[in-house]
Design a protein around this ligand. Structure first.
Ligand code: FAD
Length: 535
């Protein structure tokens, strides 16, 4: 049984912050939502690290948007649906592709700079896209967007920002979301944020795996919090592995953007052969799930040698200019990409799993919204199309803010600062090595719930995770402990959902059920009820 809250508390006895809205998370999804709402209502933004420490900051490739004369939202929709392998929500994808250019226009007006090629905006191509439609800012598009949003927040001064404040749990009173309870790290004190609307934008959960491109903050806290509060979570089995992370010991792994393959780089096996040719009509630019699985097969055949990304036939000056970050990072690792092959391996990259939302970001709990990588809006289906996620954050955060603003304007009430919500349960005091436990979980997930899955492996993973369920009731006092509890909760859901889906589809590959099955053209959902997990 998963306890409802991570900590014992009583809102009568802890510090209070009262605003109209609280946003949790400062990536593209959280910041863009907070800024928009702050034009009309009081907003607190809570983030567990520094403002910029987000997956958004590390995004390289860019933002997909149909802007070229030969492109259209319809073609963008077609590629998104194709990558999603039958599980995208068509209506949500329609929203994504049709509202894309307006959101990009707003970003540009805030000062974000995308690259130009002569007199037109630069467009690159990535896996699964049939034409060039990715707007980019060198190979550091994410930091350009994040820096623009942070600059705007600093200039407007309309959002109350609380850095190093770890959101622990969502509060629900009389069936409505009432705020969040947090740990303020600098003081070590619990704080309650009361609000009429809570927007969860805590990013993904790549840290569930030992090899990931995701920063250390990506522990899926928002999904776990929402789940404990009774929100429906869905598509938990779908975690995307990016094919080309630099083969090194660093954690997180440094990503080599797909745009490099879009610019013409090849994938080669240990014998120097291009193994994607003939495997898929788009060869190296096939959707990520296809390339990743093929790489795993080839690496196995090559005695676990890495795959090589070959850009040596591309002009040196073009590489340096278009991919300055990758050029510099590889140089630091002794690789000159115009002369040397780049050793790469797949790494956990994107969480399609998430809190189920409607087209306006609403969860099943009134007043609780989810956006960005935390949410499952339905746009990605079983496999996210490259460069659709920054866009998803922008598009759906805007829809949430429109909805929240309309609702708060209509209701016109103040946030109730006097709610009494408390938790007082027996908690086991346990001394554990958090780093060691986290590494254990990551290895288990990588070995048995990674790119290739089987019934036997998944059952083993679940039994191992269950053997740690006592930790969910432990009385931890620091973020490492809370993250571990969230990760254990999510790992269990990912493994159970993967065991449930007896087919292969998109990023979910079962070696014991290697084909897709029409029976499984449906989603698996979980919701925590009083005494059990409802499926
Ligand atoms: C290396 C890399 C490259 C990528 N490249 C691209 C790309 O080119 N194009 C693209 O579209 N996508 C790309 N992605 C994916 C994309 O960056 C993310 O999906 C997107 O940025 C997620 O944004 P977000 O706002 O939902 O979450 P994030 O940007 O991850 O922000 C999450 C925020 O929540 C906060 N948070 C988490 N837990 C808590 C808690 N308990 N309490 C308080 N705060 C909390 C974090 O501190 C952080 O501020 C890439 C991802 C990576 C890792």
């Amino acid at each position: 049984m998963i306890p409802r809250y991570l900590v014992n508390f009583n809102t009568d006895n802890i510090d209070k912050v009262v605003t109209d809205v609280v946003v949790v998370g400062s990536g593209v999804a959280g910041l863009s939502a907070a800024l928009e709402i702050s034009k009309q209502f009081d907003v607190a933004l809570v983030t567990k690290s520094e403002l910029k420490e987000t997956a958004t900051w590390y995004a390289q490739g860019g933002v997909a948007t149909a802007v070229s004369p030969e492109d259209s939202p319809k073609l963008h929709l077609k590629d998104t649906l194709e990558a999603g392998a039958g599980l995208c929500d068509r209506e949500a994808v329609d929203v994504l592709v049709n509202e894309a250019s307006d959101r990009i226009g707003e970003l540009i007006r805030l000062g974000a700079k995308f690259d130009w090629q002569g007199d037109h905006i630069g467009l690159s191509r990535e896996g699964g896209h049939h034409l060039a439609r990715i707007l980019y800012s060198g190979d550091t598009t994410g930091s350009e967007i994040e820096a623009t949003l942070i600059r705007t927040a600093e200039a407007w001064k309309s959002v109350q920002v609380f850095e190093h404040r770890f959101s622990l749990d969502v509060l629900v009173e009389n069936g409505r979301c009432a705020g969040v309870v947090c740990l303020d790290e600098p003081t070590g004190r619990l704080v309650v944020h009361f609000a009429k609307a809570v927007i969860l934008a805590t990013g993904g959960a790549g840290q569930l795996f030992s090899v990931t491109t995701n920063p250390v903050i990506s522990t899926g806290d928002g999904i776990a919090m929402a789940y404990r509060a009774g929100a429906v979570v869905t598509d938990m089995e779908f975690i995307q592995f990016h094919p080309t992370a630099l083969d090194s010991d660093s954690m997180p792994r440094f990503l080599i953007t797909e745009a490099l393959r879009g610019a013409g780089a090849y994938l080669r096996d240990c014998n120097g052969e291009r193994f994607m040719v003939g495997r898929h009509p788009l060869a190296e630019l096939a959707p990520r799930d296809v390339v990743t699985r093929e790489m795993v097969r080839v690496m196995h055949r090559c005695n676990d040698s890495p795959i090589y990304l070959d850009a040596t036939h591309l002009p040196k000056e073009k590489l340096k200019k278009r991919f300055p970050n990758i050029w510099a990072h590889c140089r630091e690792n002794g690789i000159t990409i115009s002369k040397d092959f780049i050793p790469v391996r797949p790494a956990a990259h994107y969480t399609m799993a998430g809190v189920k939302t409607d087209l306006d970001g609403r969860t099943n709990i009134p007043g609780l919204y989810a956006t960005g990588e935390t949410a499952c809006t339905g746009v990605h289906g079983a496999n996210r199309l490259a460069s659709n996620s920054l866009l998803e954050g922008l598009v759906f955060s805007k829809r949430i803010t429109d909805t929240v603003i309309a609702k708060l304007s209509e209701e016109g009430q103040e946030t109730n600062p006097n709610l009494r919500i408390a938790c007082d349960m027996d908690r086991v005091q346990t001394e554990i090595d958090f780093k060691k436990e986290r590494r254990w979980l990551q290895k288990l997930m990588t070995d048995y719930v990674g790119v290739v899955r089987s019934e036997k492996g998944l059952e083993y993973a679940i039994s191992q995770l269950d053997s740690k369920s006592g930790l969910l009731k432990a009385g931890f006092v620091n973020p490492e402990g809370f993250e571990l509890q969230n990760m254990l909760t999510l790992a269990g859901l990912v493994a159970r959902s993967a065991l449930e889906r007896k087919e292969s589809r998109g990023v979910h590959y079962r070696e014991d059920y290697p084909e897709p099955s029409d029976e499984w053209l449906r989603h698996i959902e979980y919701r925590l009820t009083e005494d059990a997990v409802a499926l």
